[in-house]
Every structure is written in C-alpha cells, then in structure tokens.
Design a protein around this ligand. Structure first.
Ligand code: GLU
Length: 501
C-alpha cells in the first residue's frame, strides 16, 4: 500500500503545539513508509479565516523540515467537488435540503435544553419540504440513519461504538455553497487517496458522521489515528502557563528544528526502547502507529530544553555557526511584524551583532562558538551571551559594578596587567594555558591580600562585562592576551572613575 497522509490545518489563528504534533506524526508516518505527505488548507469557514495564518503554517512546516509532496491545496478552490458529492447524496436519498431559519433553530435548541433533552436538529425538513422551493436559501443536511450503531476501530484507541440515533443530521453544505468540515474532509481524504488520517482527539465524536458519509458514498474509510491529548506537567489543559502554545514562539526562540521535531515526536509516541534523543533519520526509521500511546502526553518545556541541548551539543562548529546565521535571518524577517520602534531597535541590534560576528578573525569566531555552543541553547542566547566577546566596547553588568567600585581594584588590575603581559600565552597548549592563567591570577590576588571571589570576580567583569559565564580561565584563553590586557586597562580606568565619584 502506498501510504498517503495529510496535514489539514484551518487557517483560523496561530499554529499551536497540538497542530504541529499532528503534522509531525503525519509526516513521520508518510516518510517511514516512503509514502506521500499532503498539505491541505481547510479554509472553508470564511467567518473564522485569519489573514496571515496560511503563511504562518507554511513557514512553520518549512522551518520544521516537514516537507510536503503535494499542496498547499486550498479547499476554498475545490467547492465544485463538495457540491457535486452533496448532490449525489441528495440523489441517493442520503441527504436533504433544509430551510429552517436560524431563529427556528435557536428556539428549538432552547426548548430541547429546557426539557433536558439532547440538543440537535429535530429533522423538521427531513421528510417534508413544507412547500419551500430550491430557489430559497437552504442548507443540505446529511440524513443520519436513525437506527443501529456505528462501530469503528481507531488505530490507537481501539473500538468505539456510537448510537446513530444520537447523531445529528449535520449540515454538509451551507447556504453559500461552502461545505462544512465533515463533508469537505471526507471528500478530500477520498479524492486525495489518503490512507491514514492523523488528527486531534476532539474529532473522535464526529467520526460516526464521517463513517456514515463514507458508507453512503460507497467509499472505504482511511485508517483513523487519533493521538493522545497533550497536557501540561500538572496534567491540566495545555495553556500559556506551561510555556507558549504558539509554535512561532519556539521558532523565534531559536530552538533547533531537529530538536523540536524530536520533542514533538515524543509527545504521544515512543520508539519502544529507551531512546529519547533521536535524529530526523532515526525518528523516520522508528516511527510507527503501534508506538503511539493512549494516555495523555505531557508537554514539559524543560524536556524540550534538554533535547535541544543534546542536539546542539552534537552540532559541529560550522553547523552551529550556520544556525546562528539562520536565526539572525529569521529574526530579521519576523521583525516586520513588530511595531515600528521595536522593529528598528531589533534590526539594529541584529545588524550590529552580525557586523561584529563577521568582523573578527574566523579562528576567533570559531573559538567563541566552541566556548559558548553548549551554554547557548536555544541559539537566540548566543547573541546575548557572546556579544561582549565580539564587542570592543560594552557596558558592565550592573550587578558586577561593585567589584569596580572597590578602591583597591585599580591597583589589582594594574598588577594583573603587568603579570599577564609578562606571561607567554602563545607557547603552552590550551589546558596548560588555563592552569597558567589561573596560577598567575591567584598569585597576584594573594600578593594584594585578596581571597576567593575577590580574586576571580573582578577579572570576570573586566574581561567579559558579565558576572557569570564559562570558566574564567577558558574564557580568557579564548579572548587572548591582547584583548584581555586591553579590557583590564579599561576596567582600571572605569574603576578609578567609579571609586573617585
Ligand atoms: N481542519 C481541521 C482542524 O484544523 C483538521 C482536522 C483533520 O485533520 O481532519 O482541526
């Protein structure tokens, strides 16, 4: 069998984690079986259409690397197919026209609620058109069987059985000629030869409607796959407080696409062994419907961070650099959506960083990357953490200024400058240099009566502008003799100004 799956989002807002997980599962399934993956935009509900949503979907899937073989196919451009099959269902006695006004339907619903009965269309027009003509506005409803049950087996959750009489005679085609989800998705899944439908569990309750449609049209239904719900770590419905639910936020934070795909795949699927960190190829190879679990998946942002860290550590220096550059491009593109003043500021920060990043010697750049790569995940952090390694002028972190305010600091810096100037930085191997720098700094510190943090912190703030960062001696070795001495000199001056004021 040629496996064909599809991702069928509605452009009604931002893509959220649940949508993307379904897209990832559909894609992995298609790729596992070397089948095809179709992107279909379900844009038939014109009242809920959000401009820009389609672009966001496309950008998101491209970013994630879940490439599609067909599409995007827009349902709004396929109305004739839905109309044709609605007519077939009318002709076969499986559907009927309904002229009931919204007012009548509202009244009916109110009465049903008052009487404590299930709400649903009362089939007023099913047997009788009440003298109405086809020229008057009307919808087309599906005539659900009023007896028996609809039984189906979900590939993940097993068998379900629904009483037909409790199913609504749902609207298939609206008065404006647009289909509802039920008709459009059944027709398209059939016409597009979709073999496996992976979709959110909210659709389970509509499945009897779909199966009755397939039956009435004489078609075989695809395999239905409803992966589990995604909950927060506290097992409540996923919401902002568990981290953002909007996918674009993860893109903007600079997570790696491979890490996000890995994380998404584990939201309700397991390879059946202990593996957690998996490449795209490993995921594709291992993915199976059997590995999809029934119990809710837990969205834990710390796990995403951990997986992202593991993927980041595996990147080569060049690949990490490429990720940094890719991230900058992406932020520039996204800046378009910011208010004007924020946009200007954001773009100028990115431009400044890129100039500095490009302006240094490539060997130095790659040393800074090696120093920062494992600490800077997501990659957006790299810009912030490495900024002062590239800048010739930077502000000291407020918290660290106390080391400069100390009136004995200028003297300490001066001695350090002399000692480090007299040190041979070039000959020793890297590890030896770290030890040598440590020895020098500790002995200068001791000579001026400094101990513990008072030895180290003033050097860190002077050389990196920060109070925290990688091992100080490694950082100094990367910065190199000239930068370090220059920075100590600047700190000495600043310290004089501060302690004098
Ligand atoms: N357009 C539907 C949604 O976004 C698709 C459901 C499906 O995959 O069939 O929920």
């Amino acid at each position: 069998m040629n496996v064909r799956t599809r991702f069928a989002p509605s452009p009604t807002g931002s893509m959220h984690i649940g949508n993307v997980r379904n897209a990832a599962f559909s894609w992995l399934l298609a790729r596992h079986f070397e089948g095809e993956f179709v992107l279909r935009i379900e844009d038939t509900d014109r009242t809920r259409y959000v401009p820009g949503a389609v672009e966001e979907i496309i950008e998101g899937l491209r970013w994630l690397g879940t490439d599609w073989d067909e599409g995007p196919i827009y349902q709004s451009s396929r109305l004739k197919h839905y109309q044709e099959y609605a007519q077939k269902l009318l002709d076969g006695g499986h559907a009927y026209c309904c002229w009931c006004s919204p007012e009548r339907l509202a009244e009916m619903r109110e009465e049903q609620q008052k009487a404590g009965r299930p709400t649903g269309y009362d089939r007023y027009c099913r047997e009788d058109s009440h003298g109405r003509s086809l020229d008057e506005p009307h919808v087309i409803r599906f005539a659900m069987p009023t007896q028996g049950t609809t039984v189906f087996t979900d590939a993940v959750r097993g068998e379900f059985s629904f009483d037909n009489v409790l199913q609504d005679d749902f609207v298939m085609l609206k008065a404006d000629g647009y289909p509802t989800y039920h008709l459009a998705s059944v027709v398209d899944d059939y016409l597009m030869n979709i073999t496996h439908v992976v979709r959110s569990e909210e659709w389970i309750s509509s499945t009897p409607k779909h199966l009755q449609l397939y039956h009435a049209l004489g078609w075989q239904a695809p395999t239905l796959v409803h992966p589990p719900l995604i909950l927060g770590p506290d097992r409540s419905k996923l919401s902002k407080r568990h981290g953002s639910v909007a996918f674009k936020d993860y893109i903007e934070h600079g997570y790696l696409p491979d890490a996000v795909l890995n994380f998404m795949a584990l939201l309700g699927w397991s390879p059946g062994d202990n593996r957690e960190v998996m490449t795209r190829e490993e995921l594709t190879e291992a993915f199976s419907i059997e590995g999809i679990v029934k119990h809710p998946a837990i969205f834990d942002i710390q796990k995403l961070d951990w997986i992202n860290q593991q993927h980041t550590n595996r990147l080569s220096n060049e690949d990490y650099e490429a990720e940094v550059r890719r991230h900058i491009r992406l932020c520039e593109t996204h800046a378009d959506k910011l208010p004007e003043n924020e946009r200007e500021e954001k773009l100028s920060v990115l431009k400044r960083f890129e100039e500095m990043f490009d302006g240094v010697d490539p060997d130095y750049r790659s040393e800074v990357i090696a120093l920062m790569q494992s600490r800077s995940t997501p990659v957006a952090d790299f810009i912030d953490y490495s900024w002062n390694y590239f800048a010739t002028d930077f502000d000291y972190e407020e918290k660290g200024l106390k080391w400069l305010r100390d009136e004995t600091a200028p003297g300490y810096y001066e001695k350090l400058e002399a000692a480090l100037e007299a040190t041979d930085w070039a000959s020793p191997a890297r590890e030896e240099l770290h030890a040598l720098l440590e020895e020098q700094i500790r002995s200068v510190g001791a000579s001026v009566g400094r101990e513990g943090g008072a030895v180290i912190h003033p050097v860190r703030i002077a050389s990196t502008g920060r109070t925290v960062g990688p091992s100080l001696f490694e950082a100094l070795a990367v910065l190199g003799k000239d930068r370090v001495i220059e920075r100590l000199r600047k700190a000495r001056q600043k310290s004089r100004e501060l302690s004098a004021s």
